[in-house]
Design a protein around this ligand. Structure first.
Ligand code: IMP
Length: 438
């Protein structure tokens, strides 16, 4: 009989992505034996700074930056083999071993060049609402998965199947892209040659990762499920259609790895001390004045994958409560606290006003966001540097009040605070540390 083993944790973005999960996963991975990605692909951009050296990982879980941690790319991920091998090369060049330490699910779906072709054409086609995607082919790859027409990693390794798949898929996608968008066709032969070569290099990493993870848990190892993007970009629960195409919420950790919910102990949500969003879509607390520019500059709010400037706004508690609810978030990590050092006052949205009524319901219909007027409570800023502070008691009183307010209003406990990009610029609260050790 399976023993419930509850020392594993999901860690995910509580907002629209870019909450600084990379650093947090890196810091916490010291306490875990395995770190597994469960959704998304190389649309994620996880930046980790170790002793001044910057690592940006898009596909490979950040846990691999600790040499004693195993990294897993679960079945819920869409894998671009070239992007994967590019990151493997970067890690090797940095002296980080990956052999027998990094594993790719045989059931993960593969992104192929025609996915990017379709996405690029669709995003720019007249009459289509652009989502502002990362243009990595993520959506079309998930479309093929759900359409039962995708290529999985196990199929990538089977050369005759790969050849037939590419021939058929190119015929179909070239026809569609040409008819709808006038796109030039892709050459299936060249594609097969390239992907057969990539397959050989990916092969040593491929395994049945669901079995690997379940056996690890059975053996008492601790697994961290590393979310990508953020809860509000989730295909079911996010601000649809301005979302990504995967289950970025905690539920995705189960379907995206093959580990059952009884074996996951806790959910940790990462939120910035404010909010950002890249791409299109609703954003009730977006700041449209110089303060937004100041936060963007201080927080270096430019996309790690696309370099796009991020939209900036005040913390939105109705959205944070919603995120905590759909994820079952127990602990919160608050990042980029130091970015707020420059604000004399910090408005926080506590509810919405819609047609004269106060609510904190998140509308299902995107049009519902248009009538939202955020209701703010303004908290005092602290006007002094919190950068690099590592002890909670050293934070200015107003900063502690800001955090207590978030905790009270969001229905989750704050376990960790980030005061700068480096591993060391972190406050870990004792109850959180104890909970992770339990
Ligand atoms: P896609 O995931 O490339 O299909 O893009 C869909 C939406 O999700 C776009 O608004 C992207 O900007 C957003 N998105 C995807 N990945 C990330 C991420 O890692 N951080 C922030 N936004 C993301």
């Amino acid at each position: 009989m399976l023993k419930p083993q509850r020392s594993s944790a999901v860690i995910l973005g509580a907002q629209w992505g870019d909450e600084g999960k990379g650093k947090i996963v890196d810091v916490l991975s010291e306490r875990f034996d395995v770190v597994a990605r469960y959704a998304g692909g190389h649309n994620a951009g996880h930046t980790v700074i170790i002793e001044g050296k910057k690592f940006v990982l898009q596909l490979i879980p950040c846990g691999v930056l600790r040499p004693d941690c195993i990294g897993v790319i679960g079945n819920g991920v869409v894998l671009d083999p070239a992007a994967f091998l590019g990151e493997v090369k970067k890690l090797r060049e940095a002296g980080l071993p990956v052999d027998q330490r990094l594993f790719v699910s045989d059931r993960a779906q593969v992104i192929l060049p025609y996915h990017r072709m379709i996405e690029l054409a669709a995003e720019t086609a007249p009459g289509r609402t652009p989502i502002g995607t990362t243009r990595r082919g993520i959506g079309p790859a998930y479309e093929d998965k759900i359409h039962r027409n995708g290529l999985r990693v196990v199929d990538l390794l089977n050369s005759s199947l790969l050849r037939t798949h590419i021939q058929n898929a190119c015929h179909e996608k070239n026809t569609i892209a040409h008819a709808l968008f006038g796109t030039e066709p892709l050459d299936p032969r060249a594609m097969y040659d390239e992907y057969a070569r990539l397959a050989e290099q990916v092969a040593p990493f491929v395994t049945d990762t669901a079995t690997l993870l379940n056996e690890a848990i059975e053996a008492g190892k601790k697994v961290m499920f590393e979310g990508a993007q953020g809860a509000l970009l989730d295909i079911d629960h996010g601000t649809y259609p301005f979302v990504t195409s995967s289950s970025s919420t905690a539920g995705g950790a189960v379907t995206g790895t093959g580990v059952g919910p009884t074996r996951i102990g806790t959910v940790i949500g990462v939120t910035k001390a404010y909010v950002t969003r890249v791409g299109e879509g609703p954003f009730p607390t977006e700041i449209h004045n110089d303060t937004g520019d100041l936060i963007r500059a201080r927080g270096q709010e430019y996309g790690a994958v696309t370099g796009r400037p991020r939209r900036c706004g005040w913390l939105d508690l109705p959205l944070l409560r919603y995120s905590n609810q759909i994820n079952g978030t127990e602990w919160l990590v608050v990042t980029k606290m130091d970015v707020m050092d420059a604000c004399a006052e910090i408005p926080v949205c506590t509810s919405y006003e819609v047609d004269g009524h106060t609510t904190d319901r998140i509308p299902a219909d995107i049009r519902g966001f248009r009538s939202i007027k955020p209701v703010y409570t303004t908290l005092k800023g602290w006007n002094e540097s919190t950068e690099g502070i590592t002890e909670y008691d050293r934070l200015p009183a107003a900063a502690r009040e800001y955090l207590s307010f978030i905790e009270r209003e969001s229905h989750a406990r704050i376990g960790m605070i980030s005061t700068g990009p480096d591993r060391t610029q972190t406050i870990l609260l004792p109850d959180f540390e104890a909970a992770l050790q339990a």
